[in-house]
Design a protein around this ligand. Sequence first.
Ligand SMILES: Cc1cc2nc3c(=O)[nH]c(=O)nc-3n(C[C@H](O)[C@H](O)[C@H](O)COP(=O)(O)OP(=O)(O)OC[C@H]3O[C@@H](n4cnc5c(N)ncnc54)[C@H](O)[C@@H]3O)c2cc1C
Length: 408
Amino acid sequence: MRQADVVIAGGGLVGASLALALAQTGLDIVVVEASSAATTEPASFDERHTALAPASRRFFEALGAWPAMAPRANPLHEIRVSDQGRFGFMRMRASEEGLPALGWVVPNHVIGAALTPLLAAAPSVTRYQPAHVTAVMPDDTGVTVLVDGAASETMIRAQLLVVAEGAGSPTRAALGIGQRERSYHQSAIVAKVATERHHEGCAWERFGRQGPLAVLPAEDGVSLVWAMSPERAQAMRAATDAEFLEVLQEQFGHRLGRLQAVGQRHLYPLSALAAERVVGRRAVVVGNAAHTLHPVAGQGLNLSLRDIATLAECLADAREHDIGAPALLHDYAARRRRDYQRVFGFTDLLVRGFSNALPGVSAARDVALLGLDAIPPLRRELVQRAMGRHGWLPRLMRGIDLTERSET
Ligand SMILES: Cc1cc2nc3c(=O)[nH]c(=O)nc-3n(C[C@H](O)[C@H](O)[C@H](O)COP(=O)(O)OP(=O)(O)OC[C@H]3O[C@@H](n4cnc5c(N)ncnc54)[C@H](O)[C@@H]3O)c2cc1C
């Protein structure tokens, strides 16, 4: 039986980032990732573009991964929020907040390409790939994990199991941790679009009758996340490029001139999922396995990075003791509860509030957007929330590595 300190089930955006954070602590880490390294990249590291908040950038800087992402990261200088067919409008500008950028937009496969070689070079990290966890047996002193790989089965004894398998995680279910689901009856189309004019570092959040449309600055154009009913999303994916661009142009307008070409379209079903608990016996659930959010506010990964930066800090500070002890795990869960509630509440309000076409609700939205635009303290509060700067931040998100002990 192989011995380890931590087994991480799932080596996607969240699992791989956590492994790299824990590599700083000297703990012995095993990552079990289902997808095949040789043939396809994990689905986590796909064509989507993620808007990383400044604290998430600091996290990747502390991990040494940012230099490889920086050349492909598009800074967000401005975000404009509007309601299609209404006059409500608000704008957030980095310059008004005294910041170099409100965030950075990075393709997921670029994040993967930055993390993968660092993980491969980390002496305290072992990867089993392609492999998956087939059984977990927690007890008072540790957890035994059975891993099924391409050629053989391995039994690993660890102090702690971290589940980062994404939504629908089988290991979360095997631990007896259920999940709640809120369906929005929406799917997102993700695609790159070439535009006549350059985006100049501006992102648009445009709420339409069919659902929200996020347009993010990207290399050679913009990256779309366009939410709509699942039936319409299927039809829009199947539409010709010309038909797709015509409907998109109607919802987005001519802010970037003529929309010239669209790349491959990918479909993501959307719902909000939440694990009933984020800790179990000798286990922690993180990332989409713990909470999956609607992408409208671009908060899912940023929230998960705050989770794992906090978890890594808790484990680093307890590394000479039992890192799977119930008190430590419950302390971690308690530290993270409020941030999740705040982000979920904010995201859910946006999806529901802006999907409602009743005249009274639309007028209230106009007033809310114009009020936010006109009143700097309110706008600043929103910017702080959107950037995940509310409340306490773990050391890695302040750019401090884990080799030193916490004073907080
Ligand atoms: C359209 C869209 C746009 C988004 N935009 C943003 C954004 O701008 N900003 C933001 O903060 N967030 C954004 N998000 C959210 C973000 O993508 C998620 O938070 C993130 O992907 C979660 O990563 P994860 O590693 O938890 O899960 P996943 O990405 O699902 O990765 C799970 C990993 O586990 C592996 N796995 C699965 N099952 C097993 C198993 N049994 N054994 C071993 N391995 C397994 C998979 O192969 C995969 O590598 C967006 C989401 C969507 C859908």
